[in-house]
Design a protein around this ligand. Structure first.
Ligand code: ZN
Length: 230
C-alpha cells in the first residue's frame, strides 16, 4: 500500500523501533531503551568515600557507573548532541524510579517535608543555540514523571559564564572554571523548597556543587541526582 509506505518512515522517526543504546529491536512495552540495557547492561554506581560533600549537599545519587568508551558514554553523548530529547526523558524517568526504590526512607521523608524542586543544570545561551535543547532539562522532566516533583521554571537560574570544557582539568581548575557560573533570579524564594540538582554525569562534582551554592545557601541543603558517576 503506497499510503503505508509514506507513513512508516515518519513513524520510525517519531517512535524508533530500535534501542537508543544498543540498536536492537524494541519489544511492545519498550519505548526508547530496551529492557536489557535498562536492567542488566550497566553497573550500579559505586559509592566513593573519597568525594567529600560540601556542607550544603545532603546527598548525591547516581544511577549507573560510567563506562568510559562504552554504551553509556555513547548514549549520554547522543543525548547532548543528537537531540535525543525523549531518550533523555526516559533516562530521567528510570533514575526517578531507581531513586524512589533505593533512597533511605528517612532521607525521602526529609526531602518531601519541603516541596522537592528539580533543578536542571542550565546551559549558557550560546550552547543552547547550537544544541537547541538542554539535556539536563529533559532528564529532569523524566525524573518528575516518576516522582511527581516539580521542575523549576526555565530562566529562573541562568548560566552567565561561558565555561571551558572540564575535560583535562583537575579538581581545583574545575572549581575555578565554574566559579560564579550561575545566577538566580533574586525574586526566587528558596526557603520553601528542597532543591535537587539534575545532571548527566557526576565527575568531581564541580558543576553541581557550584549550582547547589546558588540554590541552597543560608544553612539550607540540596541533593544531587545524575544518570552516571565516573
Ligand atoms: Zn538496548
Amino acid at each position: 500500500m503506497p499510503m503505508k509506505k509514506l507513513i512508516q518512515p515518519f513513524i520510525d522517526i517519531v517512535f524508533p523501533h530500535t534501542c537508543a543504546c544498543c540498536g536492537k529491536g524494541l519489544g511492545d512495552h519498550e519505548r526508547y531503551i530496551c529492557r536489557w540495557c535498562r536492567v542488566s547492561r550497566f553497573d550500579e554506581a559505586i559509592a566513593d568515600d573519597k568525594v567529600i560533600l560540601p556542607n550544603n549537599v545532603m546527598f548525591v545519587f547516581s544511577m549507573w557507573q560510567f563506562d568510559k568508551g562504552g554504551y553509556l558514554q555513547d548514549l549520554l553523548h547522543g543525548l547532548k548532541y543528537n537531540f535525543l530529547q525523549e531518550v533523555g526523558e526516559e533516562l530521567g524517568y528510570f533514575a526517578g524510579r531507581d531513586f524512589l526504590d533505593k533512597a533511605d526512607p528517612d532521607l525521602l521523608q526529609t526531602v518531601e517535608a519541603k516541596s522537592p524542586l528539580l533543578i536542571p543544570v542550565p546551559l549558557h545561551k550560546s550552547k543552547k543555540r547550537t544544541r537547541s535543547y538542554n539535556q539536563s532539562r529533559a532528564l529532569a522532566r523524566g525524573f518528575s514523571r516518576a516522582t511527581g516533583w516539580e521542575v523549576i521554571q526555565d530562566g529562573i537560574i541562568k548560566r552567565v559564564k561561558k565555561t571551558k570544557t572540564q575535560t583535562g582539568l583537575n579538581t581545583k581548575e574545575r572549581n575555578e572554571n565554574l566559579r560564579q557560573a550561575f545566577v538566580i533570579d533574586h525574586q526566587f524564594i528558596s526557603d520553601n523548597y528542597f532543591p535537587i540538582v539534575i545532571d548527566d554525569v557526576f565527575t568531581t562534582g564541580a558543576t553541581t556543587f557550584e549550582l547547589v551554592n546558588v540554590v541552597a545557601n543560608d544553612g539550607s541543603k540540596a541533593g544531587i541526582v545524575t544518570i552516571a558517576k565516573s
